[in-house]
Design a protein around this ligand. Structure first.
Ligand SMILES: [Zn+2]
Length: 303
């Protein structure tokens, strides 16, 4: 057998060293891969992690968040995730358990550092005393739409920063610093939003989507087009709403893009009430570029 020339061995060693060094560097400096279910979750992660994170969002802004199904592209994304961030309160029940299992990714399994249920930080409202899914209720653990709650979003941002610091300790001060900046901006914006003339106004809504907001900003929701969350109205239920509208003269009917206008327009034509299409998610309108501008757009729509 021909001996391998010394030069060739040395060359091979150099190549191997470069390869190993490259591999080490890419591991040491790889950005944590975040998979966020909803655009608002991604927006808070973006505010806390900025360019230190690679963020993939699974659901598009104008999809109905209660009705999402798992897709192969979502499984692929969760397979590569270092951390999965989600709304919780069973809003993602239709697809998230499938994704977590199909991903076969140990990092994002429940109980692991890479599994972040953002609702754990939230003061949940409308917790039912008994749950019967056969009735079609899509809010079995309480109202899941806390992303329109400035009070709760501040706590979610802090919780997210804490978890990211545990996951990526080298950038811990970066994450906590950004959370503090987020908090400051939030305090300023809350003061601004509190000057909006919302207090005392009455609305009818399609879905129980605005309850956190109404609790924090003093307006009331006096009726819902859905008989229960996720259940379309009967003719009798609509008639009750027409009677209620005539008696109490609410300001308007609130709906979101994914619920459409069929039922709300029907009620509007019988009562003369205005229908307001409230921006409901980051990215649902051109103005709603991040969580803060979403909230600005929400308040502007309710005036
Ligand atoms: Zn809902």
């Amino acid at each position: 057998m021909q001996p391998i020339p010394f030069k060739e061995v040395r060359m091979k060693n150099i190549m191997l060293t470069i390869l190993l060094f490259g591999l080490l560097c890419s591991t040491a400096f790889a950005k944590p891969a975040v998979v966020a279910t909803l655009p608002w979750v991604a927006s808070i992660a973006e505010a806390i992690g900025k360019d230190k994170l690679e963020i993939v969002t699974l659901v598009k802004p104008n999809q109905d968040p209660h009705m999402i199904e798992a897709k192969p592209s979502m499984i692929l994304a969760t397979r590569k995730a270092d951390i999965l961030m989600y709304n919780g309160l069973d809003l993602e029940i239709g697809y998230l358990p499938v994704l977590i299992e199909s991903s076969r990714n140990p990092k994002i399994q429940p109980g692991r550092l890479g599994n972040l249920d953002c609702s754990q930080f939230v003061s949940v409202i409308e917790k039912p005393s008994a749950v019967d899914r056969s009735l079609g209720d899509v809010h079995p653990l309480g109202n899941p739409h806390y992303h329109l709650s400035p009070k709760n979003i501040g706590v979610v941002a802090d919780g997210m920063a804490k978890r990211l610091s545990e996951l990526d300790p080298a950038n811990a001060s970066f994450y906590t610093g950004n959370a503090a900046t987020f908090r400051n901006q939030l305090q300023q914006k809350i003061r601004e939003w509190q000057t909006m003339p919302l207090s005392g106004k009455r609305f009818i809504a399609y879905h129980r989507f605005f309850e956190y907001l109404s609790n924090e900003f003093g307006f009331s929701l006096i009726g819902y087009i859905e008989a229960k969350p996720g259940i379309p109205p009967s003719a009798g239920h609509l008639q009750q709403l027409i009677d209620l509208s005539r008696q109490t003269k609410p300001h308007a009917i609130l709906t979101t893009a994914y619920h459409g206008r069929k039922q709300t327009d029907a009620l509007s034509s019988r009562t003369g009430l205005t229908v307001i299409m409230v921006p409901h998610e980051v990215g649902s309108t051109a103005q709603a570029k991040d969580w803060f501008s979403l909230m600005d757009a929400v308040f502007a729509s309710l005036r």
